[in-house]
Design a protein around this ligand. Sequence first.
Ligand SMILES: Cc1cc2nc3c(=O)[nH]c(=O)nc-3n(C[C@H](O)[C@H](O)[C@H](O)COP(=O)(O)OP(=O)(O)OC[C@H]3O[C@@H](n4cnc5c(N)ncnc54)[C@H](O)[C@@H]3O)c2cc1C
Length: 371
Amino acid sequence: MAEKVDCAVIGAGVVGLSIARELALAGREVIILEAESAFGTHTSARNSEVIHAGIYYPTGSLKARLCVAGRKALYGYCAERGVNHKRIGKVIVATDDTQLEGLKKYKKQAEVNGVDDLRMLTRDELAELEPAVISTAGFLSPSTGIIDSHGLMLAYLGDAENRGAALVLNSPVTGGAVESDGIRLEVGGADPMTIVCKTVINAAGHGAPAASRAIAGIPPQTIPTNYYAIGHYYTLTGKTPFNHLVYPVARQDWLGVHVTIDLGGRCKFGPDFSWRDGLDYRFDEGREARFYEAIRRYYPGLKDGALQPGYTGMRPRITGQGQEAVDFVIQDHTVHGVRGMINLYGMESPGLTSSLAIGAYVGELVANDRS
Ligand SMILES: Cc1cc2nc3c(=O)[nH]c(=O)nc-3n(C[C@H](O)[C@H](O)[C@H](O)COP(=O)(O)OP(=O)(O)OC[C@H]3O[C@@H](n4cnc5c(N)ncnc54)[C@H](O)[C@@H]3O)c2cc1C
């Protein structure tokens, strides 16, 4: 006999945990199914840990809306729940005159997105704020910050568990079907089980398209192909010469090799961008020369030997090489025709910043689904 479950969330990354929290706070009985032996070991543990202001994203996109709303909510939540974070601020810099246009575009897009606190900096101000950086122009984003992503996930999980939610580890969703009395899920692992759920949220990150494909009844044409775009981080040995995060104007489809400072005061550079065939976090040390070259465009003081291989992260892309990155894709029955099923695809940056707002957004879709 299959066990009846009110609501199952597939995936215990920052997105799945935020959604589980939201649903548990709304009084739903929630089970979180996680394939790994711990929560948050994939993209949510392999990112820049930046609270983004919401500058770059296209007008009206979910990324723009959920990032700005999520960032505002996140600062309040972190303060209330004691999640370690810092509103450190970020300077975005042009390193030559050809990038001035890019800088102006960012400023304009930020205003459209409701990021109204950017401040253009004079060359003198830039030199005073970031003496190690050479730049021709730039602006300051005071509301950009850094966060302990593990601490954030722990807080989401704590809130959810306090309202009765259960996290079940080593429990990959391997199959299922849309049936008359709910959505059946086959859960593998050491203790396989079958459950029938009123509501299923597929927040499996890289595994989300595969999880959808494994559930008979979800129209295959609504399920995107996933692609894997890796980003490498190098760490800087010694004391950080920077006071803020430093982002050069973006090149092509990534934000350039930028400077991030973690909550321990350590400095890292990245992520870069290249394609992989599958989920493969191996660090390619052959990228070092390109990092030195890109960083020295704005930080000429970088000494030979100062960079150490750090870690990698993989963007859960749903568009491939030569195609533009797309918006977050969050599908309910109006897209795929299955009542009670919500699928989240392409949850790359700024998914961490947006997580509370994604939780609220999905919570609303679920409430409307039942009405
Ligand atoms: C290089 C990089 C840098 C980034 N930097 C930032 C940043 O600075 N700021 C920001 O806001 N965002 C950033 N992001 C984006 C952010 O990290 C992601 O949007 C967010 O972590 C996605 O969370 P998630 O829960 O969707 O995915 P994940 O964290 O990957 O979680 C998905 C979970 O689902 C589980 N799973 C998979 N398949 C199954 C299955 N079949 N059954 C059960 N469980 C399954 C996995 O084990 C995993 O735990 C960055 C992303 C990358 C790649």
